[in-house]
Design a protein around this ligand. Structure first.
Ligand SMILES: Cc1cc2nc3c(=O)[nH]c(=O)nc-3n(C[C@H](O)[C@H](O)[C@H](O)COP(=O)(O)OP(=O)(O)OC[C@H]3O[C@@H](n4cnc5c(N)ncnc54)[C@H](O)[C@@H]3O)c2cc1C
Length: 478
């Protein structure tokens, strides 16, 4: 018997899936498995209903992909080790293959699986799949992991030719008949989802999204990617998070467009997009090589910052009631759609840490509870970058002014008005700081029918004052 369990986790696709392709080199007798893992689902604080929705949609798509080629995706629920024991026993498989993960808890789990089942005589193999370069594949001249992005990017690009060519989905395989659960819904998994997600799960949808981005948007990516009112980014983050598309495929197709680029703008658009995928790898290798970042600031001197951590400010931030329209609109985008534009993630993270003086870990966790693309490595990296506590982070004295960020990146207030309907009648001139109407044109407030402080909050803080406090907090920790 030469049966291999292919255990899917963050790789919900059959196309260019390294564990699956390796298994298929040995046999077509494949048992594709997905476990609704109580080990993870019980950590409710770190996992969002949006993620569960995207995952269940992706699993339906993955089941259909397997059925089309004669196989069957086996779905089970329970604790990882118990379920794996059950499935190994029932299927009499001789091997378990999966794609590796870089989060500390997942690494511990995978080591457990490797040790337990190797002792039982099974072959257990883990493959690189979600990153292009991982672990310590790229090291500095001193043989250390990179902690600065620019040289990391240079090293990454110098090795790009080593990225393997994507492998098409298999044409045929067979799966032994063992019990499988029907696909479970959000409610059945205990994660009811009220958000109207901006993106839909599944490889079919991921491929559609990718094709559309590559043909219509990538050439203007650099120009448009910072403006939240414009549809300028790929929206592929949740697909990358759940592996419904292959990152190798994305990079190969993006780079192949470079050869035919018709203008410098187009070339720069493609290069900038690839650079964002390099940030993704960068943060994977940071988390893998410096797992302390999961719980602590990367920079030791900022591990004891005296955050104020006011609960009332945190609540106002979470629910978009700070009186700073760009922050509030961004938080409402997150709360209602499960996604937030990158420029806004930077603005709200800077605002939480450097205006409200709240520990970045509070914001990091809230993002994980809300985002459809919540990913520990990228989220932690983004938060620590914004809070200036991370590796190669924004210097602590660079503090975003939320109003000028708003003027620069949402100049006509189009994004703000889309998410804050109570401000729709506010003229463009006041949209970034509506409280100024009260000082400069009190009659106007009455004319447009908005009672500031009631219909929309007055600013909960004074940016100039908080900025000074933040600088003092960082300086005293240095
Ligand atoms: C505070 C903060 C928290 C973040 N949390 C997450 C998170 O939980 N999950 C997540 O995938 N991204 C996170 N990011 C990075 C970035 O905001 C999102 O990847 C991006 O907004 C997703 O939209 P997109 O797919 O349209 O991105 P695009 O602009 O089209 O970028 C393409 C892909 O590159 C990757 N990418 C882009 N920017 C980054 C980055 N700075 N770091 C790592 N990878 C990047 C993503 O996989 C993204 O899908 C965070 C950034 C910040 C500042």
């Amino acid at each position: 018997m030469n049966r291999i369990i292919v255990w899917h986790r963050r790789d919900l696709r059959t196309h260019d899936n390294t564990a699956l392709s390796n298994a298929l080199q040995e046999t077509t007798d494949i048992l594709p498995l997905f476990i609704f893992a109580d080990d993870i689902l019980k950590q409710r604080d770190d996992f969002s209903p949006a993620c569960v929705k995207f995952m269940t949609e992706s699993l339906k798509d993955l089941s259909a992909q397997y059925e089309r080629i004669g196989g069957k995706l086996i779905l089970r629920r329970g604790f990882f080790l118990e379920v794996l024991h059950e499935v190994v026993r029932e299927s009499e498989a001789r091997a378990i293959y999966f794609n590796e993960d870089y989060e500390p808890a997942a690494k511990a789990r995978d080591n457990d699986v490797i040790q337990t089942f190797t002792k039982l005589g099974l072959q257990v193999r883990a493959f690189k799949d979600q990153a292009l370069f991982a672990k310590q594949e790229l090291l500095t001249k001193q043989g250390k992991p990179y902690t600065v992005f620019t040289p990391y990017k240079k090293a990454w690009l110098s090795q790009v030719h080593l990225i393997p060519t994507p492998i098409p989905a298999p044409k045929h395989l067979t799966t032994v008949a063992i019990h499988s659960l029907p696909p479970l819904s959000n409610d059945e998994l205990g994660f009811p989802c009220t958000q109207q997600l901006l993106v839909k799960g599944g490889s079919t949808e991921g491929e559609r999204q990718l094709a559309q981005f590559l043909s219509n948007k990538i050439h203007r990516y650099k120009e448009l990617r910072d403006f939240p009112a414009l549809d300028g980014t790929s929206l592929l983050s949740a697909h990358l998070r759940f592996g419904t598309i292959s990152v190798r495929e994305i990079v190969r197709r993006a780079l192949s467009l470079l050869e035919d680029a018709k203008s410098e703008t187009e070339k720069i658009g493609i290069e900038t997009f690839v650079s964002e995928l390099i940030w993704r790898d960068f943060y994977f290798q940071i988390l893998d090589n410096f797992p302390i970042v999961e719980k602590e600031s990367f920079q030791p001197s900022f591990r004891h910052l005296q955050w104020e951590n006011r609960d009332d400010y945190f609540e106002a931030w979470k629910f978009g009631r700070t009186g700073f329209p760009i922050v509030d609109a961004a938080m409402r985008q997150l709360n209602t759609t499960g996604w937030m534009h990158n420029r806004l993630r930077m603005i709200v993270a800077s605002f939480l840490t450097k205006d409200l003086l709240i520990d970045w870990r509070w914001g990091e966790r809230y993002f994980m509870q809300m985002l459809v693309d919540g990913d520990m490595a990228a989220n932690n990296g983004g938060w620590q970058w914004s809070a200036s506590t991370g590796t190669d982070a924004q210097p602590y004295f660079r503090i975003f002014n939320p109003t000028s960020q708003s003027q620069k990146f949402d100049p006509h207030g189009k994004f703000i008005k889309a998410f804050l309907p109570e401000l729709r009648a506010v003229p463009e001139k006041y949209i970034h700081a509506p409280h100024e109407i009260l000082q400069k044109s009190p009659l106007l407030a009455r004319e447009i029918g908005i009672e500031l402080g009631k219909d929309y909050p007055l600013p909960i803080i004074d940016h100039a004052v908080q900025r000074e406090k933040a600088l003092a907090m960082f300086k005293s920790a240095k």
